[in-house]
Design a protein around this ligand. Structure first.
Ligand code: DCP
Ligand code: MG
Length: 433
């Protein structure tokens, strides 16, 4: 690391040790944070440590030094294990029997969800006191965007976060781990790097070299299956992705290739979206009779796409990911999604993307529900750029604008497109989300 020009932060007494000083001169703590970009990074991911277990230990100090497993209940699996139990090999989602084989001396408690939700809300309220831009991901974790809050807090985001972590310990009695970076992807990766009671920073300057050594599964959205696909192509590390061209990645992996390209280079422009902001706009319908045939599903899909589009246009927003939802006669839910090159609010693009996914799902299965929607919402400014959309769909976009204005004048039924005209006779009224 290069020379640290700015002072560090003592995570225990919150003083500012001089650059490079490892042990806090004020309190003697070794938990001193230094990073060259400490004063400029503002996107954080905060995740509570061994959340359920930490709450139970707080409420019963006799459990403090014992291995503790929260779980059992209906599914018979581990919800979480404290870090002592983890040393013995216990993991979340492990069958309880296996967990107790690994750690027979563990204390097991059934989850008390109401209590955990209450603590989760408390933590969230403390986050909201720092910035309105808090995006919860689950009961115990959230993204925070602290850009532009320096004057309000009289300190840079890193210090605000260090104070926050100390305050959660003191006032709520559990610990958190903080990841600080310039984008969501790396903030989340960072928070996981130094658990528990961690504070990890990934700056712009080190993003590429840090990522190069990571496995592809570090990338958001790369699960076991996709990692296996990449491994078959000889790709195991993010460094390998960094050396590939965008076109090559897109040719091989479609829209996922685009994500591999940008995230492998530490490029992630997703904004922190506060709670309450809509996450998706969708519309779905349950049929009176189950439908298996594509030609019967298509008009429904078209009508639903138009509803979604109308709501996007009204709210002046657009979505970058099209989501298809199907429920089969035996109540199994399938969702498929596809990311577009640019956000859209056009019924035609939503429909065509949905149709493409729908075609792959039609295999004789009888469906009782069909839904379509868009996620990854953005404002409409960047939606459907005419120069990037191919000429044909540009014409369709213009036609769609014309249809919209006619409908505005004369009502929805005034203009039926070829698809909705044949609207399935057996669709019930739609439900919007
Ligand atoms: N949880 C669960 N089942 C899982 C994973 C998690 O019930 N398979 C619950 C229990 C956790 C809580 O959600 O306490 C938060 O999930 P995390 O993945 O953040 O796990 P922990 O907070 O327990 O541990 P860590 O310190 O790794 O964040
Ligand atoms: Mg957690």
């Amino acid at each position: 690391m290069a020379v640290n020009a700015s002072p560090g932060i003592c995570r225990d007494c919150l003083s500012r040790p001089q650059p490079g000083v490892r042990r806090c001169p004020a309190c003697g703590s070794p938990r001193v944070l230094h990073h060259e970009e400490l004063s400029s990074l503002a996107i954080a991911h905060i995740d509570c440590d061994a959340f359920y277990a930490a709450i139970e230990k707080r409420d019963n100090p006799a459990l403090r030094d014992k291995p503790l497993i929260i779980g059992g209940g209906k599914r018979g699996v581990v919800s979480t294990a404290c870090y002592i139990a983890r040393i013995n090999g216990v993991r979340s989602a492990m069958p309880m029997l296996k967990a107790l084989e690994a750690c027979p001396q563990a204390v097991v408690l059934k989850p008390d969800m109401e209590k955990y939700a209450r603590v989760g809300r408390q933590v969230r309220e403390m986050m909201l006191a720092l910035t309105p831009l808090v995006e919860p991901l689950s009961i115990d974790e959230a993204f925070l965007d602290l850009s532009g809050t320096q004057r309000l807090h009289g300190a840079e985001p890193a210090m605000v976060l260090a104070r926050f972590a100390a305050r959660v310990e003191k006032e709520i009695g559990i610990t958190v781990s903080v990841g600080l970076s310039y984008c969501k992807f790396l903030a989340k990766v960072a928070s996981d790097r130094d658990k528990p009671r961690g504070f990890s920073v990934i700056g712009r300057g080190e993003a590429l070299s840090f990522l190069a050594g990571q496995p592809v599964t570090t990338i958001w959205g790369v699960g076991k299956t996709f990692a296996a696909t990449l491994a078959r192509d000889g790709i195991r590390t993010i460094g390998q992705l960094q050396r590939m061209e965008r076109a090559e990645l897109m040719r091989r992996y479609g829209t996922m290739g685009e994500r591999l390209y940008s995230l492998s280079r530490g490029q992630d422009t997703r904004a922190v979206k506060p709670q309450g902001a809509a996450k998706s706009v969708s519309s779905e319908t349950t049929f009176d009779h189950d439908i298996a045939a594509l030609e019967d599903l298509v008009p429904v899909l078209r009508a639903l796409s138009e509803r979604v589009s109308a709501r996007l246009k009204k709210a002046d927003i657009a979505g970058r990911t099209v989501v298809l939802k199907l429920k089969s006669a035996d109540f199994r839910i399938r969702t498929r999604n596809r990311q577009l090159g640019d956000p859209t609010r056009l019924a035609d693009r939503i429909f065509r993307t949905g149709l493409d996914m729908l075609k792959r799902e039609v295999d004789g299965t009888r469906f009782r529900l069909l839904g379509i929607g868009v996620a990854d919402l953005t404002d409409a400014a960047k939606a459907d750029p005419p120069d990037l959309v191919d000429t044909l769909s540009h014409k369709r976009a213009l036609a769609e604008g014309a249809i919209d204005s006619l409908r505005e004048k004369y009502g929805r039924q005034a203009v039926e497109t070829g698809y909705t005209f044949a609207r399935a006779r057996n669709a019930r009224p739609q439900r919007d989300r």
